[in-house]
Design a protein around this ligand. Sequence first.
Ligand SMILES: Cc1cc2nc3c(=O)[nH]c(=O)nc-3n(C[C@H](O)[C@H](O)[C@H](O)COP(=O)(O)OP(=O)(O)OC[C@H]3O[C@@H](n4cnc5c(N)ncnc54)[C@H](O)[C@@H]3O)c2cc1C
Length: 262
Amino acid sequence: MKIVVTVKLVPDPNAEKRIDNGTKRLVRTGVETVLNPYDEYALEAALQLKEKAGGDTTVTVFSMAPESLKETLRKALAMGADDAVLLSDAGLEGSDVWASSYAISHALKKVGFDLLIVGGLSDDGSTGATPGGLAEYLQAPLVTNARKAEIVDGKLKIERETDTGYQDVTAPLPCVMTTALTFGEPRYASLKGIMGAKKKTIAAMSVSDLGLSHAVGQSGSKTQLLSFAPPPVRGKGQVIEAADGASGAKAIFDFLKERKLV
Ligand SMILES: Cc1cc2nc3c(=O)[nH]c(=O)nc-3n(C[C@H](O)[C@H](O)[C@H](O)COP(=O)(O)OP(=O)(O)OC[C@H]3O[C@@H](n4cnc5c(N)ncnc54)[C@H](O)[C@@H]3O)c2cc1C
């Protein structure tokens, strides 16, 4: 079985995000790039499925990102992925979700997969729309928010996490799955993994390899970012001082009641 995991390379989530006023794009220079945290959970799911399936199951990580970020993918290889594919091309710059999903899906058709595991959300763009876009372009069923997964009788079977519990869902292969953050903490790369990752392959793809019939990049995008603004600055909190617990509780209750919160 061939499992492919999409991994977005994003600015360090702990660093302050800045959008360029001119291009209206996220500033990626001067900030460390890391694997999108959600995608580490997707990779963990893939590695667990590989361990269970054994045999000739392989895990390939796929990313669409600038060539200069290629080495960031070594972390995924060190965690246990067998190889990686990087789609890079200046022609992809300015691609919105529509154009990105279109390009990525065509690359994935070339790579081939039985199971495609996609993180539920990126830490930077955060539309959560890519999994649906990929499933549509690939004409493959999409099962979302898996907290457990297994292959049973050649089908994917998942526990799909919901607000009220979980659902058992199956889908025939090939299909697309997204993972919930409850799937299991992503593993750390071992020293052996880090050493082994140096010898693993990161294959390169560009737009000319994809045989696209529509434009990508800015001209192939259908949405336009018109304006952006930082979230409003939070006001100072109010400290309530009270002589004892009971009067403190009453003061908090009165505070909430005044704002119609209780
Ligand atoms: C008008 C416009 C122009 C843009 N121009 C640029 C640009 O020039 N450069 C740029 O980097 N972004 C650009 N973006 C953002 C880019 O379109 C999105 O980052 C991309 O479509 C993915 O959407 P998302 O980040 O919301 O991912 P989500 O849908 O939130 O991500 C869900 C999952 O999809 C997968 N995924 C998403 N993106 C990738 C990827 N690139 N590789 C592998 N897996 C992926 C991951 O597994 C991720 O967990 C632009 C957006 C707009 C609207």
